[in-house]
Ligand binder design. Structure first.
Ligand code: ATP
Length: 389
């Protein structure tokens, strides 16, 4: 059992007299065996959070507990937590075997033979037994990454902390390692906190995602929840590639109004935004319907637009459009890869009511999201893992 919890965890740095609030009052409960990804833009406080869990930074406030017992006053070696760094931090003069056994020999009473067996088992798990007698300089980036992981695995810790472990690998290897790491974590069942700025890693690898911005936790949820039910504009814009389309509109009665188009809200959605004057309408690129038929009335759903650029992605195409009669920002729509549209073609677009998101323009808070229960396959997804038991 290893449940990790952060409550009110805060970190301020003093930089030449200036106070930097790197992590601001974060609460997180990470379940036994869970794969939690901490994600956010550069400087949002991900690494500082991880380093506080590891004991490499001292929190300025709040608690960190493992299985209910506070650990923030323990030294890193006493925490039963293994960390893998972005730089791998391997000793260049030691062989892979020595690198992997180093921490064990330092911190346990095991015999040489027992240490050796543990190293060889971990090397086997990671598919690198033939590399054990090489030095890091004679290994590829991917192999060094495996050794760094192996060094963490042999310690058989209660918690793994991984700080951007795939960021030095090329795109193809990164994609392969994502799957491998996920399988490995699930086999080992070790509670894991994984830091990345890459929203694809967060979406594809995690049981749950914790999204940070400016040191503050924005949302904690499954990838599907965070993607389809974002708590605010930041989360909505951060997750998804291409990003969600946003339009600033005024609310007049039950109609959203801009220079480019008007959008009549159905009464049940209008009631969720009542009292808010300025609204941001969000719609994901894959949710927008696009038609060659340009006969539109400029109202509900049927909005005339002009194709700017088509970016083929193979399986699908990204279409960038502009509205012909207004100042609204451009719109990106994903269409099937077999469908062909050309630059300057006139089309009409529609934002289906069941896929729109509405945010308060001032605070950014989500007022209305599409419902997760309306998303295809969600039943199958939500049965996949249950941490509540
Ligand atoms: P990145 O993805 O770029 O690694 P991050 O989300 O991991 O970023 P942190 O490294 O945790 O962000 O930094 C959070 C904030 O704290 C940043 O503003 C950073 O400049 C500041 N910071 C981090 N370490 C220190 C330090 N030792 N002294 C002063 N400020 C620091």
């Amino acid at each position: 059992m290893a449940e990790l919890s952060l409550s009110g965890t805060t970190k301020t740095f003093n930089d030449g007299g200036d106070e930097i609030l790197a992590v601001d009052d974060i609460d997180l409960e990470i379940n036994d065996g869970e794969f939690l990804v901490l994600v956010g833009p550069s400087g949002c406080g991900k690494s500082t959070t991880l380093r506080m869990i590891a004991g490499l930074e001292t929190p300025s406030g709040g608690d960190i507990a493992l299985d209910g017992k506070p650990i923030q006053d323990k030294r890193p070696q006493e925490r039963d937590i293994a960390m893998v760094f972005q730089s791998y931090a391997l000793y260049p003069h030691m062989t892979v075997r020595e690198n992997m056994s180093f921490g064990l020999e330092e911190s346990t009473e095991l015999s040489d033979q027992e240490v050796n067996e543990m190293v060889e088992d971990a090397a086997e798990t990671l598919g690198i037994p033939e590399l054990l007698d090489r030095k890091p300089g004679a290994l590829s980036g991917g192999q060094q990454q495996r050794v760094a992981l192996g060094r963490a695995i042999v310690r058989n810790p209660e918690v793994f902390l991984l700080d951007e472990p795939l960021s030095n690998l090329d795109a193809k290897l990164r994609a392969e390692m994502r799957t491998e790491l996920q399988q490995l974590q699930s086999e080992l069942g070790v509670t894991t906190v994984y830091v990345t700025h890459d929203q694809t890693e967060a979406m594809t690898m995690s049981d749950r995602i914790a999204i940070l911005n400016d040191g503050e936790l924005q949302q904690l949820g499954t990838p599907m929840e965070c993607y389809h039910e974002p708590s605010n504009l930041f989360v909505a814009g951060f997750l998804g590639e291409p990003s969600m389309n946003f339009f600033h509109l005024d609310l007049e009665g039950e109609t959203l109004v801009s220079d480019s188009f008007e959008y009549d809200l159905p009464p049940e959605i209008a009631s969720t935004v009542k009292g808010h004057d300025e609204i941001v309408l969000g719609v994901r690129p894959e949710s927008v319907e696009i038609s060659d038929d340009v006969e539109t009335d400029g109202k509900q759903g049927e909005i005339p637009a002009i194709v700017d650029v088509v970016e083929p992605h193979g399986n699908e195409n990204a279409v960038h459009l502009r509205f012909e009669n207004g100042t609204a920002p451009d719109l990106t729509v994903m269409i099937d890869g077999m469908r062909y549209l050309t630059a300057e073609q006139e089309v009409s677009v529609r934002f289906p009511e069941d896929s729109i998101h509405l945010f308060d323009a001032e605070s950014g808070v989500a007022l209305h999201n599409r419902k997760l229960t309306n998303v295809d396959g969600v039943e199958e997804y939500s049965d996949s893992r249950d941490f509540s038991e």
